[in-house]
Design a binder for this molecule. Structure first.
Ligand code: DOR
Length: 460
């Protein structure tokens, strides 16, 4: 036989890189603490007050707060097929800058993600193009139940029970019953009642006034559909997450969650209301539509008292040209991934909530809802997805500074206090003070659905 080549001495290269983050106030599951955190390779290796290790790098984070990376469980990143609006490279840079270290993306791309095969090809695409960690939902159609049953490597099934951007829609009762009955993955849905919306569209036929968007996609449409979805979840004993709650009345339904139901709020339903159409026009045209000041208040209240558990963005970029088409040709959706943390830190600054609550809503809760392994908290052994934030930093949102490919923000011109300054993804520093390190990609998030979701993981 042939002689074997001697093994190369590779141990120099595989020695783990160690970073010590010191002097930060760290938001731990039990509350804030002045401790040091050691990142080794891709995970958190140590958390202690006085770590004395030889490390490769020391980050002096005096005056800053260290939080877990955000998990945004509802984004539309448009790749493949709609990349004139957005793509994985731009959107994931926006994430890194905004402190979002993991995104879960919706299936209404082109083609729609409605098969095991299209899911695998999106994962493959993201593994080389995304700067941050990623996961992808599989979309339901009236006829793809076998795909929904076979799907793995996904947070869950997305159903458009009411139609929105794209052509995904399942509103036939028998088809919905089958999906809730025969599948085991967690289910999430866009809830706006299709029949109500269509009837309202006829009522407002011919309108070019974007303010009618909130009259067409009205309170009733949201409430009727959310009620219908909860009924399906309860009868089939199926975990269900309500996306982008837009009305105060829906929040009343969530008190009776029966260990199955979780819900989510988006920044536009917290901070925009119908009065903003005058100023922002179709830039704040969204599905579900923005509603009234009183809805903003009640959604905020539901977050504070735990009826809504998650904050996500529904980042849904369209080009300014598209948005400036006359209503109703103007598409629904707005970008938010890069400003959502600052919007919430600004609420901390205004003493509307605590930093610990922001971490609950944007890190811990989405990890629990979707059974994300190793993420959502700062703890030894967890992934080193970390964000340093400066709660004093005051900065204006500017269209020309947005990383999102669409290049605008509905919050343009707003001064916010509290911004991410440095972001690590799996131990790799991807963003620091306006600069990106694009040398490594993020990783596929791992979902362990045997955990059973939010209500079963109170003390994971
Ligand atoms: O306004 C919206 N835009 N709502 C959605 O549910 C979809 C999104 C999009 O993809 O543009």
């Amino acid at each position: 036989g042939t002689a074997q080549a001697p093994r190369a001495p590779v141990w120099f290269c595989v020695a783990a890189m160690k970073t010590l983050i010191k002097n930060a106030t760290v938001i731990l599951p039990a509350g804030r603490a002045d401790v040091s955190v050691v990142i080794e390779d891709d995970h958190i290796a140590d958390i202690d007050a006085a770590i004395q290790l030889p490390v490769d790098r020391v980050v002096d984070a005096s005056g800053l707060y260290l939080i877990p990376g955000l998990i945004d469980d509802q984004v539309h990143f448009r790749e493949p097929g709609l990349t004139h609006k957005e793509d994985l490279a731009h959107a994931s840079r926006a994430c890194a800058k905004g402190g979002v270290t993991t995104f879960l993306e919706m299936p209404n791309t082109k083609p729609n993600t409605v098969s095991v095969e299209s899911l695998a090809s999106k994962l493959e695409l993201a593994s080389s193009r995304s700067l941050v960690n990623f996961g992808f939902y599989i979309g339901a159609t009236p006829g793809n139940i076998e795909e929904l049953k076979a799907a793995e490597r996904t947070p869950g099934i997305k159903i458009f029970i009411g139609s929105s951007t794209g052509d995904l829609l399942v509103d036939d009762q028998d088809a919905l019953e089958r999906i809730f009955d025969e599948t085991t993955l967690p289910i999430t849905a866009h809830c706006e009642d299709e029949a109500t919306v269509r009837a309202n569209q006829e009522r407002y036929a011919g309108t070019t006034d974007v303010r009618d968007h909130s009259r067409i996609r009205d309170h009733e449409a949201a409430i009727v559909c959310t009620r219908r979805a909860l009924d399906l979840a309860f009868r089939h004993n199926h975990r269900f997450h309500v996306l982008h709650v837009s009305t105060g009345a829906e929040t009343d339904l969530f008190a009776d969650h029966r260990g199955l139901i979780t819900a989510e709020a988006c920044p536009h339903h917290l901070f925009f209301h119908v009065g903003d159409y005058d100023r922002l026009g179709s830039l704040v045209q969204m599905n579900p539509s923005i509603k009234d000041v009183e809805d903003n208040r009640q959604i905020w209240q539901a977050l504070l008292d735990g009826r809504i558990q998650v904050i996500a963005t529904d980042h849904a970029p369209h080009t300014l040209e598209e948005k400036q088409l006359p209503y109703p040709q103007s598409p629904s959706g707005l970008p938010a991934v890069e400003n959502v943390l600052a919007l919430m830190l600004d609420q901390v600054h205004q003493e509307q909530c605590s930093l610990e609550q922001v971490v609950q809503w944007m890190c811990e809760a989405p990890a629990r809802v979707w059974d994300v392994v190793g993420k959502g908290r700062i703890a030894v052994g967890y992934d080193a997805d970390l964000v340093l934030v400066d709660l004093q930093r005051e900065q204006e949102v500017r269209n020309e500074q947005q990383e999102t490919k669409c290049g605008w923000s509905p919050w343009h011109g707003e001064r916010l206090t509290g911004w991410a300054v440095q972001t690590w993804v799996m131990g790799h520093e991807v963003y620091r003070d306006g600069q990106f390190d694009l040398s490594q990609s993020g990783q596929e998030a791992v979902f362990d659905h045997s955990r059973g979701g939010y209500w079963k993981t109170a003390d994971h």
